[in-house]
Write a protein that binds this ligand. Sequence first.
Ligand code: GAL
Length: 338
Amino acid sequence: MNKEKKWLLWGLLLLMGAVLLTGCGKEKKELEKTSVRIGVSLYRGDDTFINNIRMEMENAAKAYEQSGGIKVNLDIQDAKGNQNTQNNQVERFISLGCDVLCINPVDRTAASAIIDKAMAAQIPVVFFNRQPVEEDMDRWDQLYYVGAVAKESAVLQGNIVVNQYRQDPSSLDTNGDGVVSYVLLEGESSHQDSLIRTEWSIQTLKDGGVPIEKITGGIANWERSQASALMEQWLLQYPDTIELVVCNNDDMALGAIDALDRTGITGISLVGIDATVPGQEAVRSGKLMGTVSADKERYAQAIFMIAAAKALGREIPRDIPLEDGKYFWCPQQILVNK
Ligand code: GAL
């Protein structure tokens, strides 16, 4: 082959390469989505913490639309505490052609029915806040979970009390009998957070050297009104005895505060978990000794960013580290009135 022919051949090869490359680029651009549809089902739309997460998810979607040029259709539904309703919502999301589902399960042990439907339709699912059992999470590599580590929330909550006791024992042991007498308000018995929070909160008090004695406890299902009723009953049953109210969440602490306000009783300390908007307000006003704040912006952003990446067939961003490739644990911190 003479020199001229060789150059011609090289030129031709380069041209073919360029045509192929631009062709592929075009095809890729045509396949790239310009909008995503995300189906979200909340176990209960009237839950304060879940509502705060919902708001942050809406903010994350708006910010994403503005910065990424992708239209986001966030279809948020309330399952109103009914698993059948939630299953129907999932079916509807699938028939509407959702690219991904974000599910806050009503019954975390019944996630398999949702997983069956999602797997059949090949639609990834981001569960959040109510953790499906491990066997369910292991069924498919397109299942994710976003939440806060229950033991961490509890240890932080316990530390609020430990710190306070170390600074000023008499602020908790108000009758000076050498023990802090407490009552416990617990969340739903079926929720992974309730048991673990209760166990580790109390363990942290013991480990931290706070002399404690349990008066009584009860399940108020995360609800302000149920907690308020229980607290009112305990105040009557155990007059001048309760020094501390350990609450599995802020709403129940606020319920207990409602009961204190109604009866005019003062001098009892309360701790919560969540740092909901009203919870933060109660800390600021001094009615709540402290609470534990899961970074709700980060929490909601993780749910949204995993969902958006899955919907677009992209990699999950590196700043959302996933344990075992599927669990995102939201950072938490103590919030007290300084
Ligand atoms: C907990 C939260 C509660 C309630 C519950 C619902 O993590 O602390 O306030 O929102 O989730 O599943």
